[in-house]
Design a protein around this ligand. Structure first.
Ligand code: C2E
Ligand code: MG
Ligand code: MG
Length: 599
């Protein structure tokens, strides 16, 4: 058997053959023809073109060979199975005529680049028209056929793309179901290996994040449905501009990550950034519209001591800095410039992990009736039991939790835990004494769509009476999104829960008349109490807030009472309730039960 026919037989028996294999075999047959025995020695050898055709016709994979002009020269039998078109029907058609208009521009560009010698390493996702008019969601790879004439120089392999909703464990979780690129997990894994190698061989390595912050067609923002298609188009375009050494992933939403393995200095980064920036200067096609988006870039190169998480965090910090500059900026990570952002990002990551592992506890500060100093209730205050840094007070991390949205799961836990604890105390002290529990709520929690349900379920599951729960929201927080916040407060109040305004009077532009807001309690900000015996302004303001509370039939609670003379002044104003270190520091749940027993 000749080497050519042996290759054909082998080829015909293989069911799934990758394009690389196809090319290898074709190349081998070419080598044999060029340098091997002459045709007269092997009279059964087919002409070169026929050879490829026969070879391809046996393939069960869908393979097309096209010219530089995009006209199909050869189609495999597998193409008929996948697309429904016979090889004869496909021959002389343009590849572009089979591709959905959303992706045709990207696909044509990609094929031209391949014909010019670039390689398309990562699969693109194209919607390809079947003979019956339906669309095949296909994953496509293309390679240039070495030494081939211009009319048959591009080999395209198509296969049905894995379904998008694949979440099953296995190989597919390593791929982003929408674009077919590496998932976040796989990208991290690749970056880790590449970094180990780079450290070992002292090679440069960088991570680039590319994120689109706004896609618009004719000034109108993309809908969620359109967005998916635009992200797919962006992914296709990105893969056409990457080099063979780059590895890419879609790590979240409209964010892609690219591993740059042979970047030596900043000028290389600028080149890559320029190339990517230019690629996205032209609109992306989706759903028959043209979308333009801001492509922000953040790049971080690995330092010798960096872990993979360090490099990814640095790239993230650089990307955020680029995003802040806006309008498609590129930023290189610089430890001197980005240190504060880095510290913030570390805190955020620690916080995320702490929430996953539940490294939080609550402490409780009594709220007392000022005249008798007896306990009327308690405010729950969260503490982070940080593994390296010990107990962290709320003020150091609540703002970060709020900014990142992590407050939603954390706040849900705080609410449930405080209610559960309140029920335990109430059961211990019996029904004759009433105790309220106060829980702090941030604006983001309040505005979360599930907030009212969360409160209702915390009440139900703990079996505490609704009027024993007080939700505290700071005055500044309320002012931010007034109408929505007030509606939400009305909804929770309808459950029987009471509302307190925390840090009342602390904002320079105050809320104004508390009668306009659904509220039961005013908590006078500590800044007034600390000066109430010292400065006439705070003295007058505190007296005015207590009077306003009385007028509006609201309870007033003075915060941060530390000294006897402050208490005496508040009693003169007829302020009824208060809390502060004069009565008790925040204590543990057991500590609070002890205080209750002695009370
Ligand atoms: P806040 O709600 O006004 O809580 C009062 C803060 O003052 C607490 O600090 C408390 O420990 C402290 N404090 C109590 N008595 C005195 C005193 O006599 N003198 C002084 N100087 N301070 C006193 P903490 O626990 O660090 O909380 C700070 C802020 O963080 C809270 O202010 C609240 O806005 C927020 N926060 C605390 N816990 C939570 C929580 O569970 N959820 C939410 N969303 N926010 C919380
Ligand atoms: Mg509070
Ligand atoms: Mg307060």
């Amino acid at each position: 058997m000749t080497p050519e026919s042996a290759a054909l037989v082998v080829g015909a028996t293989v069911l799934t053959v990758t394009v690389t294999l196809v090319i290898l075999r074709i190349r081998r047959s070419r080598v044999a023809l060029a340098h091997g025995p002459s045709r007269t020695d092997f009279p059964d050898v087919l002409p070169q073109a026929m050879n490829e055709e026969v070879f391809l016709s046996k393939l069960s994979d869908a393979v097309l060979i096209a010219g530089r002009d995009g006209v199909i020269a050869i189609a495999s039998r597998g193409a008929e199975r996948v697309l429904g078109w016979s090889p004869e029907q496909l021959r002389t058609r343009r590849v572009a005529s089979l591709i959905h208009e959303d992706v045709v521009a990207e696909a044509t560009l990609a094929l031209e680049r391949v014909a010019d010698g670039a390689e398309l390493h990562l699969p693109q996702r194209w919607r390809v028209r079947r003979a019956d008019g339906s669309w095949l969601e296909a994953e496509c790879t293309a390679t240039r056929l070495a030494d081939a004439p211009a009319d048959r120089c591009v080999v395209i392999a198509l296969r049905e793309a894995p379904p998008r909703d694949v979440t099953a464990v296995g190989v597919e979780t390593l791929r982003d179901p929408l674009t077919g690129l590496a998932s976040r997990a796989l990208f991290r894994d690749r970056a880790e290996h590449a970094l180990a190698r780079a450290h070992r061989l002292q090679l440069p390595l960088a991570v680039l994040y590319l994120e689109f912050d706004d896609f618009r067609a004719g000034g109108v923002r993309a809908t969620i449905h359109e967005l998916e298609r635009v992200i797919l188009a962006a992914s296709n375009r990105l893969t056409t501009v990457l080099r063979s050494s780059d590895s890419a992933g879609r790590v979240e939403g409209a964010r892609f990550a690219i591993l740059l393995e042979d970047m030596t200095d900043e000028s290389n980064f600028v080149q890559v950034a320029d190339r990517i920036g230019q690629a996205f200067a032209a609109p992306l096609h989706a759903e028959g519209k043209e979308f333009l988006g801001n492509a922000n870039l953040g790049i971080a190169s690995a330092m010798p001591e960096d872990s993979v998480d360090d490099v990814l965090r640095h790239a993230d910090v650089a990307l955020r800095a680029a995003r802040r500059r806006g309008r498609g900026a590129c930023e290189l990570f610089d430890p001197r410039v980005h240190e504060p952002a880095l510290a913030h990002s570390r805190l955020e990551e620690d916080l995320r992990k702490a929430i996953e592992s539940g490294d939080f506890s609550l402490v409780y500060q009594p709220i007392v009736i000022l005249r008798s100093r007896r306990i009327a209730g308690v405010e729950a205050l969260v503490r982070w039991n940080h593994r390296g840094r010990g107990l962290i007070p709320a003020a150091a991390f609540i703002p970060v939790a709020e900014e990142t949205g992590l407050i939603v799961p954390l706040g849900r836990w705080i609410l449930r835990e405080a209610c559960r604890q309140a029920k335990t105390w109430q059961d211990t002290i019996g029904p004759d004494r009433s105790l309220t529990v106060t829980v702090n709520i941030t604006p983001r929690q309040l505005l979360h769509p599930r907030f009212v349900d969360d409160v209702a379920s915390a009440l139900r599951d703990s079996a505490i009476e609704p009027h024993r729960l007080v939700l505290e929201i700071s005055e500044g927080g309320l002012a931010r999104s007034m109408t929505d916040a007030l509606n939400r407060l009305r909804q929770v109040r309808a459950l029987g829960v009471r509302i307190a305004i925390d840090d009342y009077g602390s904002r320079s532009a105050s809320l104004g008349d508390p009668a306009d807001i659904p509220v039961d309690i005013l908590k006078i900000d500590r800044s007034y109490i600390s000066q109430v015996t010292r400065r006439p302004e705070e003295h007058a303001a505190t007296r005015a807030i207590v009077a306003l509370g009385k007028l509006k039939r609201l309870r007033t609670v003075a915060e941060g009472i530390e000294r006897e003379e402050q208490l005496a002044e508040l009693l003169r104003f007829k302020c009824e309730y208060g809390q502060g270190t004069l009565f008790s520091e925040p204590v543990t749940a057991d500590g609070f039960l002890e205080l209750l027993r002695r009370d």
